[in-house]
Design a protein around this ligand. Structure first.
Ligand SMILES: Cc1ncc(COP(=O)(O)O)c(C=O)c1O
Length: 394
């Protein structure tokens, strides 16, 4: 962000009519649930917070297994580590190619490199800016061994189609559900379609333990290989702590109810945004239930909206909303020596330039908060000329 705009952004609420749309600012995360306080009090009272083992991680494993209807769950230190662990457990190593979306969580590109494999970048669906199965099909080559599929920004990859393709071509699939815990895809939980699935419990995630992740699989041999990487001389290399595990238990119990609430609010938001030019949510009201929204992806058309993306983000923040740019497409930020291009990347380039993410906490508020969000965008759009002039005068 340039200095001129930073100065200008401070006077933005004045331009927009006195007070920001949301003067109280964005809602806090994580939530102050009484069950969370109870975990901290119990851990302190009973003294297990600093122990290697206190039954909490095992309890979480059992709950995650039951919830996802899979046989094997391995909690670990982060989602990033779970991706790397998953690739290793699926026997992806030097020389192997892994197909993934050009527009993806950037750490995934690096995790492919971490195991010595080669990323093959493919395009995303115009519909929801998630991995395109057609692009995957066109990218498969003789060295291709795996597909890494991430559900992003409330969208979902078409997993049945992807698994059919993978089976046909003899490939394995690692499904990254870090952003979509509890989401359903044709009635099955995200993360359980692939040969292995990944979750993240980082500080901003829907299930938050500050840090943490997990690998899920229904295949005993994949789980065994993952365990061999994860455990050294009886000690876990990149562990989740007992306290982290205990904090996740009450959140997992409320996940479905909260995903439902978020989805209801996204539908309100879709309606409120319907006639706003230059901005569309990734998912529409006709979407299959039940998505999960870590960040709600918004596609913008900067010309139709009347402002460049960084200015829209600055203006929205000044209006009291938590928004960010989307991810950087890998083909833009990484050397071409470090990947093979598997398809045209036009939609990924579009997402790279035109995605804005709305942080999820507002999706647990009342429908009025979502109408306020739409109102904030509308005010900015209506004042686009004044905001532009202010920037230029800056
Ligand atoms: C899709 C996706 N995969 C993996 C990760 C990495 O998770 P962690 O932050 O727990 O390492 C993230 C984090 O945002 C993510 O969005």
């Amino acid at each position: 962000m340039n200095l001129v705009w930073e100065t200008a952004a401070m006077s933005l609420p004045a331009i927009l009519g006195g007070t920001p749309t949301r003067p109280q600012g964005p809602p806090a995360w994580p939530l102050a649930d009484p069950e969370i306080r109870e975990v901290f009090e119990q851990a302190f009272r009973d003294g297990w917070w600093g122990k290697y083992q206190a039954g909490q991680t095992e309890r979480l494993e059992t709950l995650l297994r039951d919830y996802h209807q899979v046989e094997h769950v391995l909690p670990c230190g982060s989602g990033n580590y779970a991706v790397e662990l998953g690739l290793r457990a699926l026997q992806i190593g030097p020389g192997a190619e892994v197909i993934l979306a050009d527009y993806d969580y950037p750490g995934n590109f690096l995790s492919v490199h971490a195991v010595g494999a080669i990323p093959v970048l493919v395009d995303i669906e115009p519909r929801n800016w998630n991995l395109s199965i057609e692009a995957v099909r066109s990218a498969i080559g003789p060295q291709t061994k795996a597909i890494l599929a991430s559900h992003l920004h409330g969208g979902r990859v078409a997993m049945r189609e992807l698994m059919d393709l993978a089976r046909e071509k003899g490939l394995v699939v690692l499904e990254d559900a870090a952003q979509a815990p509890g989401a359903l895809i044709e009635g099955r939980r995200a993360g359980t379609w692939g040969d292995a699935g990944v979750f993240s419990f980082g500080g901003s995630k829907l299930l938050s333990a500050g840090r943490g992740g997990a690998l899920l699989t229904r295949h005993a041999e994949v789980a065994q290989r993952a365990r061999n990487h994860l455990v050294r001389a009886g000690n876990i290399v990149c562990p989740m702590t007992e306290l982290q595990a205990a904090l996740l238990v009450p959140q997992l119990k409320r996940l479905d109810e909260r995903n439902q609430l978020r989805w209801g609010n996204v539908q309100v938001l879709c309606e409120a945004f319907a006639d706003l030019p230059g901005v569309r949510p990734f998912v529409g009201p006709g979407e299959e239930a039940l998505p999960a929204f870590y960040k709600l992806g918004m596609k913008i058309d900067q010309i139709a909206f009347g402002l460049p993306r960084d200015k829209i983000i600055a203006a929205l923040r000044a209006e009291g909303f938590a928004v960010d740019e989307g991810f950087a497409a890998a083909h833009v930020t990484r050397s071409p020596k470090r990947f093979r291009q598997g398809s045209a990347l036009a939609e990924a380039a579009n997402a790279h330039a035109n995605c804005i993410q709305v942080h999820h906490p507002i999706l647990l508020e009342t429908p009025d908060a979502l109408r306020e969000l739409a109102q904030g965008w509308r005010r900015i759009h209506e004042h686009a000329d004044a905001i532009r002039n202010m920037m230029n005068d800056g």
